[in-house]
Design a protein around this ligand. Structure first.
Ligand code: ADP
Ligand code: MG
Length: 603
């Protein structure tokens, strides 16, 4: 609002360039990490092979970035610190296919306006290095200087003259973490470039120029974790996906270990994150994010990178396609992953005939659907269960695969004895150490995978209940469930109305011998209520999870030895057996090395 007390209108004046830069800096330079990001990106754009970052006090006091890239000609030094001056973009048309990380020509001018900066550069073909200083936007003169080939930028006392901005900085340790995170992201996405980060003279990160992706993951996520990451490659209608996913136990409640790159650029987009979580569902505990490196490549004209430099979100031309690819790529990749069956199978047992990654579906056990032959426990009112005929398994190639686990094999003939602890955990020796399984989680996963296989083949083996189970429900609930009757039928659950307030359950999947139909119904009702708006597929999936869980033994259920063995046998060849449907671990592996450490036999 104009000042009403003024007698004349205020005159309009053009802002001084320095002031414009300081205003722009408010958007580009938020904290020391933004400076680190911009300077390292510039070094990458300049074709550097090695980039060194030295920090003091979390970057608040001093940031130095050196590179061995192309350098800047002495005459161009002032331009480098001038806004909207760039060597990377010439015309609007170029915006469509930007190959460099920077293109706005704004970063250095912004940084220079809110810090004391020194730029030293020595390009090839120039006699000496030259330098230029800037003091909170006041440029000095270009001078001859001593220096190495390439470019060196020193940024000191960031925001010292803009106290309002300074106030928002956190402790040096926090700022340092942000700085390091940016270098890590750039190191992950730029194979061929070496990085080194030092804080107060101590090395925090070192990645050699020739380090491959695995070595980069090791540097960023730690060698132990990187060793256990699943590698995924996936190509789908113009979207290429390359990923490394950490094991479930490395998942965290925040997304700090999620690094998603779109055409080499690190992005953090809420919708992409959602797609990621969907893709790793069942592998990662509910409410957690995986340890993840995910690189997406799409044709540049299908993405808009010309969004705000600090807001790392993206705009896609065809979002659904891209998010769908992410979900599918991760799901498929994980379900084939080698680690899913790591440490599966007791010592001395025959090698699994199906291996993740092979093009054949996993064979199903031909054992009766109970835990073992002795399991005859039925649902109330069911009058007992009949064992369904053993399903035959057809490989993806179409040829039938014999299922030859003989029924009369004595339990544990592989030599794997199982110890039950607290009627919940199963402990057994496996190759290279010992394994502890959660009996409920394992059974839930077994149910899930077996049922899924049946559903995929369009034939869930059902167990008709001799006497239907009747459950009283409200009118609305009755209608709600009847409305989903088709979905339920596909899952092997047959329901129908029995009067106005009563639902009759006529059959349930034969595999789920532990199922108490009344309890399942409670769950299904709740899901139907909660997922009212969900797609039929999503609804079916939620219901499937619930059935797998309800049909499983519980923690605290005492199991006979043969039940235990039956369960382990069924769990030995699953496409995914590291987590239950809700992402809790099924098994914990303790290697001999872990044991040796625990007993101080090894340091
Ligand atoms: P942008 O990266 O968007 O072009 P910047 O303000 O970050 O804008 O940099 C301005 C210009 O300075 C760049 O276009 C580039 O020509 C030059 N420049 C900056 N840093 C370097 C570097 N480390 N090596 C070589 N040239 C650089
Ligand atoms: Mg730049």
């Amino acid at each position: 609002m104009p000042d009403s007390s003024a007698s004349t209108a205020p005159s309009i004046q053009r802002l001084e360039a320095r002031v414009i830069d300081q205003i722009a800096a408010g958007e580009v330079v938020e904290r020391p990490a933004s400076v680190v990001k911009e300077l390292v990106e510039n070094a990458i754009d300049a074709g550097a092979h090695n980039i060194e970052v030295r920090l003091q006090e979390g970057g608040m006091r001093r940031i130095e970035v050196r590179d061995d890239g192309l350098g800047i000609a002495a005459a161009d030094l002032p331009l480098a610190l001038t806004s909207h001056a760039t060597s990377k973009l010439r015309q609007v048309g170029d915006l469509e296919a930007i190959a460099s990380l920077g293109f706005r020509g704004e970063a250095l001018a912004s940084i220079a306006s809110v810090s004391r900066l020194e730029l030293v550069s020595w390009p090839a073909g120039q006699q000496d290095a030259a330098s230029l200083r800037s003091d909170y936007g006041h440029l000095g003169e270009v001078q001859a200087a001593a220096g190495a080939r390439g470019t060196r930028l020193v940024v000191e006392d960031l925001f010292a003259q803009t106290p309002a901005r300074l106030k928002f900085l956190k402790r040096p340790a926090t700022e340092l973490a942000h700085c390091a995170a940016w270098v890590e992201r750039l190191a992950l996405s730029h194979v061929g470039v070496g990085f080194r980060v030092e804080h107060q003279g101590r090395c925090l990160l070192e990645v050699a120029a020739d380090a491959d992706l695995a070595a980069r993951c090791a540097a960023v996520y730690g060698a132990g974790l990187a060793d256990n990451m699943v590698a995924i490659e996936h190509r789908n209608s113009g979207v290429q996906l390359q990923a490394r996913v950490g094991p479930p136990e490395s998942a965290r409640r925040d997304a700090r270990r999620v690094n998603v790159f779109l055409n080499g650029r690190w992005v953090r987009d809420p919708r992409l994150l959602r797609a990621v979580r969907e893709g790793v569902r069942e592998f990662v505990p509910l409410g957690h994010y995986p340890t993840l490196y995910l690189a997406l490549s799409v044709a540049p004209d299908r993405v808009d990178v010309n969004v705000h430099p600090q807001k790392t979100e993206v705009r896609f031309r065809d979002e659904r396609l891209i998010f769908g690819s992410v979900v599918r790529g991760l799901q498929e990749g994980l379900s084939r992953a080698q680690w899913a069956t790591r440490a599966a199978g007791p010592v001395g047992s025959p090698p699994p005939r199906w291996r993740p990654g092979s093009r054949v579906s996993p064979p199903q056990s031909s054992l009766p659907p109970g835990l073992g032959a002795g399991d005859t426990r039925g649902a109330p009112g069911s009058g007992g269960w009949r064992d369904p005929a053993p399903p035959s398994v057809v490989g993806e190639g179409g040829q039938a695969e014999a299922v030859s686990l003989p029924l009369d094999t004595p339990a544990g003939s592989g030599g794997g004895r199982v110890l039950s602890v607290a009627k919940t955990y199963l402990v057994r020796e496996v190759e290279g150490g010992l394994e502890i399984l959660d009996q409920h989680a394992l059974h839930e996963r077994v149910n899930l995978e077996e049922l899924r296989q049946e559903i995929r083949q369009g034939q869930v083996v059902t167990q008709p209940l001799l006497v239907p189970v009747l459950v009283e429900v409200g009118r609305v609930e009755l209608a709600l469930l009847l409305d989903k009757a088709d979905t339920l039928r596909a899952l092997g659950v047959e329901v129908e109305a029995f009067g106005d307030h009563t639902l009759a359950i006529r059959s349930v999947p034969a595999r789920l011998t532990r199922l108490v139909p009344e309890k399942l119904l409670d769950d299904l009702l709740e899901i139907a209520r909660e997922q009212r708006a969900a797609s039929p597929e999503k609804l079916a999936e939620e219901m499937l999870y619930s059935m797998a869980c309800r049909g499983a033994v519980m923690a605290g259920d005492r199991l006979q030895e043969e039940d235990l063995q039956g369960l382990l046998r069924r769990g030995a060849h699953l496409p995914q057996d590291r987590t239950c449907a809700h992402g809790r671990p099924v098994r914990v592996f303790l290697s001999l090395e872990d044991l040796e450490k625990a007993f101080y036999r090894r340091v």
